[in-house]
Design a protein around this ligand. Structure first.
Ligand SMILES: NC(=O)c1ccc[n+]([C@@H]2O[C@H](COP(=O)([O-])OP(=O)(O)OC[C@H]3O[C@@H](n4cnc5c(N)ncnc54)[C@H](OP(=O)(O)O)[C@@H]3O)[C@@H](O)[C@H]2O)c1
Length: 239
């Protein structure tokens, strides 16, 4: 498999970022209790692992880690072999974003054989000072689009050329607002979740209809009863 690289004329030195999510047919990525989303098929899990296997880093929000307590590692020999051929380490860096830093060291995530980084605030960083749980603790300069743009540049400087952004909707909204998303994979699963409070692929404050985040469809594929959609985000020339 070919490693996705940023286009040669990419203006900003930041990771090429792909969002990967599964959602119900009514656009929910979990239920009203915000549990771990386990409604997609084995084919979707394979698709997710394939995307993760291409990335230098994987990023997810603290609530996603709170729901799962674990991260998805690359296990398939063919994907591990392809990483080795591309001179990538066996596992991508697993990065969790938590402003509060309130994460339980007893979660299985902290025993998994993966490189772990924490993206947090100054306060959150204090909680993890002097602990070996994270190889790197990176501090957001501000919880704003400009703060995320600085963070994205920091990640690129640290060698993260490709990033898989796994949600949840809060973190995806922050990256879209900062103009940092390049592609989006959405798997539409055959069920309805309902619930005004259930999370969606993009939460946050949202956009007005006059200024949505525009997408271009790259491909649409049906496997069983699931639809695999692949979009490119159409950036403003200034992004
Ligand atoms: N279906 C799928 O494919 C899929 C994939 C992923 C997740 N999910 C589901 O999505 C749900 C979680 O989504 P969510 O939107 O509630 O949460 P989330 O995006 O996973 O995490 C939000 C948390 O991340 C941290 N964070 C995010 N943006 C930040 C910023 N700008 N500055 C500082 N900290 C920031 C904060 O952590 P602190 O609270 O620590 O400050 C915030 O509470 C779960 O139910 C999960 O199962 C589904």
């Amino acid at each position: 498999m070919v490693k996705i690289m940023p286009p040669p004329c990419s203006p900003a030195p930041r990771p090429y970022t792909t969002v990967i999510l599964a959602m119900s047919a009514d656009g929910k990525i979990s239920d009203r209790d915000r549990q771990a989303a386990r409604f997609s098929s084995a084919a979707d899990l394979h698709h997710l692992e394939t995307q993760i296997a291409q990335a230098d880093g994987v990023l997810f929000g603290a609530n996603t880690l709170r729901a799962y307590g674990t991260c998805l590692t690359v296990r398939q020999p063919a994907l591990l072999g392809a990483r080795s051929q591309r001179q990538q380490p066996p596992q991508p860096i697993q990065m969790v974003c938590s402003g509060s830093g309130k994460l339980d060291p007893k979660w299985r995530f902290f025993q998994q054989a993966v490189p772990r980084w924490l993206i947090t605030t100054a306060l959150g960083a204090k909680r993890w000072q002097g602990q070996a749980a994270f190889e790197q603790v990176l501090t957001l300069s501000a919880s704003s689009p400009s703060g995320w743009r600085v963070m994205a540049q920091t990640l690129r400087e640290q060698g993260v050329e490709t990033l898989a952004l796994l949600g949840g909707g809060t973190l995806v909204a922050a990256w879209l607002a900062a103009g940092l998303v390049d592609e989006l994979y959405l798997t539409v699963c055959p069920l309805l979740m309902g619930g005004a409070g259930s999370p969606t692929p993009v939460d946050g404050a949202g956009q007005l209809m006059t200024a949505p985040w525009p997408l271009t469809l790259i491909s649409a594929k049906t496997v069983g009863s699931e639809v695999f959609l692949h979009y490119r985000y159409s950036h403003d020339p200034g992004d």
